[in-house]
Design a protein around this ligand. Structure first.
Ligand code: ASP
Ligand code: MG
Length: 426
């Protein structure tokens, strides 16, 4: 008997009708002779609505209480789904993250899974029931508190559960037909990929693609979990995420790997520029030493050449907007000791990434990218690259167009517009 873990995102459980619809799907998978464990997200935009609600109470929330609040979202959908399945005559039982044995560290809002002890889930499956687990949440053994894994964390719950249960595969159900060459909400002609390597998916997720949680992809790669991302609104085969070092799925064995697998955009970063830094050894070390004390996640770093004779330079870098204020405050406090002239903070930027394993062997790609943006009148403010990624920073308001023109120039456009079945994309 195969064991499948299925994960349903918020738009797949958005209302009672949706919950009944996926319940049918789950019961069908069970009747087909599989053991089925299901991980659910909160209904629709519930998590965002709970955050808005907390903001109305106080702008600064205590992390423990915020996690208590947010985990309620997944408890609603898990219980309703269990009821829906039972009403169809199959057996089901729901579990919170802690009941399912998702043990984490104590970092509220970004807890790391430290162990998975899903004995209750296993017992339910052994008894022939469908086990439903609330996504995105865990239990910190050290403090006894309820934690969350970070936004989008239900994917990670699903992969972790699939690992612990030794599942045959893990299906991630969403509101589009799989992983696309770009976000179909931004680039309508985005094309569905039949398969993508973990390595490329990791770069895309790290570059702002929301279709899969970055940590879920990391987890899947480390533990060899086979992922299938597909729509809960259709029966179309989705996208397989695979590790070529382990096994190449039969479905794509004969296909040639595309040079580019996709484009992603990160809209939630800010650019900080330290203006007029003395061009002397040790200043970058000093600046990033201070930034490190804030624990902010620094990404692109650019140091400009010093203007002739000035012996001063500008250093720019990006951080998540949510961490921008504290970084600026920390740098401001060190203004005299670093000796810079001023600080600029800019959150109207977009970071756009083009990702593809074929880049390793392609020589003209960067010229094509930069020329395409130039012809569209889009200014590039920063550039960074990895082996399989080229990223640029642009103004936020041209980000959609930049992705569209790049998509066309890279010959990724599909013949017809992609279907977005549901969801607000929030
Ligand atoms: N409900 C949580 C969120 O919106 C977790 C998830 O859906 O993966 O971020
Ligand atoms: Mg998600």
């Amino acid at each position: 008997m195969a064991l499948i873990v299925q994960k349903y995102g918020g738009s797949s459980v958005a209302d009672a009708a949706s919950i009944k619809r996926i319940a049918k799907r789950i019961v069908a998978a069970r009747k087909a002779g599989n053991n089925v464990a299901v991980v659910v997200s909160a209904m629709g935009d519930t998590t965002d609505e709970l955050l808005d609600l907390a903001d109305q109470i106080t702008p600064i929330q205590e992390p423990r209480e915020l996690d208590m609040l947010l985990t309620a979202g997944e408890r609603i959908s898990m219980a309703l789904l269990a009821m829906a399945i039972k009403s169809m005559g199959a057996d089901a039982i729901s579990f919170t993250g802690s009941q399912a044995g998702m043990l984490t560290d104590a970092t509220h809002g970004a807890a790391k899974i430290v162990a998975i002890e899903p004995w209750r889930v296993k017992a339910a499956l052994d008894a022939g029931a469908i086990a439903i687990v609330a996504g995105f949440q865990g239990f910190a053994t050290g403090t006894g508190n309820i934690t969350t894994l970070g936004r989008g964390g239900s994917d990670t719950t699903a992969v972790a559960l699939a690992t612990a249960l030794n599942a045959n595969w893990c299906e991630i159900y969403t509101d589009v037909d799989g992983i696309f060459t770009a976000d179909p909400r931004v680039v309508p002609l985005a094309r569905k990929l039949d398969a993508i390597t973990c390595e490329e998916m990791l770069e895309l997720a790290a570059s702002g693609a929301k279709v899969l949680h970055l940590r879920a992809v990391e987890f899947a790669r480390r533990h060899g979990v086979k992922l299938h991302v597909r729509s809960s609104f259709s029966n179309t085969p989705g996208t397989l995420v695979y590790d070529p070092n382990r096994e190449i799925p039969e479905e794509i064995a004969d296909m040639e790997q595309p040079i580019i697998s996709g484009i992603a955009a990160e809209m939630n970063d800010a650019k900080i520029t330290v203006v007029g830094v003395p061009d002397a050894p040790g200043r970058a070390a000093q600046i990033f030493g201070i930034v490190a004390t804030t624990k902010a996640h620094v990404d692109m770093i650019v140091q400009n050449v010093s203007a002739a004779g000035s012996r001063r330079t500008d250093i720019s870098f990006t951080v998540p907007i949510s961490e921008g204020k504290k970084v600026v405050a920390a740098l401001q406090a060190a203004e005299v000791s670093i000796g810079f002239e001023s600080l600029q903070y800019d959150d109207q930027i977009a970071k756009i990434a083009v990702v593809g394993a074929g880049m390793r062997t392609s020589t003209e790609l960067s010229a094509l990218l930069f020329n395409t943006l130039y012809e569209a009148g889009i200014n590039i403010e920063m550039i960074s690259t990895s082996e399989i990624r080229i990223s640029v920073v642009t103004r936020a308001d041209v980000a959609a167009r930049a992705q569209q023109v790049l998509h066309t120039a890279l010959e990724l456009d599909a013949a017809e517009a992609a279907t977005v079945y549901a969801g607000s994309g929030r």
